[in-house]
Design a protein around this ligand. Structure first.
Ligand code: AP5
Ligand code: MG
Length: 212
């Protein structure tokens, strides 16, 4: 089963995808992570992409599709995939060749998301995501002891831009997928465990319907 996650910056896409990957053996593809990895190459194109990502704008579809297809090519064929942050526009949805079984839309009070983003810390070693508000004042990764870092795009101006792109380019995707009866919504203002339980409920229901 392949699942697309749609939600504003900070809604918890990455957090939930990691939990589902560990607990239910999904492959997690985060387009943001693929782009941040690409930026590390330090090439001229990598530097141009860094400029776009750090300012909270959208990277051209051509590059995102190339990175996505390369990544899918490395994955086992029989494992479900969670697409976190792709597609982000109608153009990307049309370009996506992977069949989509479910689209989970994270619904949030956007006013609460800025606090989540500025307090997010990501482990540079294992990639786990934490939050100073809910996880306490951590100075090292509690999972592996790695260094905790703040993302360059978790600054006020870049956050504003990411919300604007979400409203303009990504939200129309909800109607696009509703027309294909693929959409399920979760209340993502709840705790991480409660959001996970909602998603697990949706997946279980989908499995039951398939077996009928
Ligand atoms: P990306 O990395 O995908 O960023 P984003 O969409 O802005 O989303 P985030 O990763 O910031 O948030 P999240 O929803 O994953 O939340 P998280 O789980 O971390 O993309 C970055 C950039 O790359 C884009 O801006 C763009 O430039 C480019 N890009 C990416 N995809 C692209 C595409 N398809 N096309 C073009 N360009 C693209 O949680 C956030 C915080 O909240 C954490 O601290 C977490 O611990 C905490 N938290 C999570 N859930 C809860 C909860 N339920 N309650 C309380 N706290 C919670
Ligand atoms: Mg993320």
């Amino acid at each position: 089963m392949n699942i697309v996650f749609i939600g504003a910056s900070g809604c918890g896409k990455g957090t939930q995808a990691k939990l589902l990957a560990t607990k239910h053996n999904f492959c997690h593809i985060s387009m943001g992570d693929l782009l941040r990895e690409f930026i590390k190459s330090g090439t001229t194109l990598g530097n141009q992409v860094a400029e776009i990502v750090n300012n909270g704008k959208l990277v051209p579809t051509e590059l995102t599709i190339k990175l996505l297809e390369e990544k899918i090519g490395t994955l086992p064929k029989d494992q479900g995939i969670i697409l976190d942050g792709f597609p982000r526009s109608l153009e990307q949805a049309e370009a996506l060749r992977l069949p989509v079984d479910l689209v989970i839309v994270f619904k949030n009070d956007v006013n609460k998301l800025v606090a989540r983003l500025v307090n997010r810390r990501t482990c540079a070693k294992c990639g786990n995501i934490f939050n100073l508000l809910s996880d306490g004042n951590l100075d090292k990764c509690p999972a592996c002891g790695g260094e905790l870092t703040m993302r360059k795009d978790d600054q006020e101006e870049a956050i504003k831009s990411r919300f604007a792109f979400y409203n303009q380019s990504t939200l129309p995707l909800v109607e696009y997928y509703k027309a294909r009866t693929l959409v399920k919504e979760v209340d993502a203002d709840k705790t991480k465990d409660e959001v996970l339980a909602q998603i697990e409920g949706i997946i279980n229901q989908y499995d039951k319907n398939i077996k009928k």
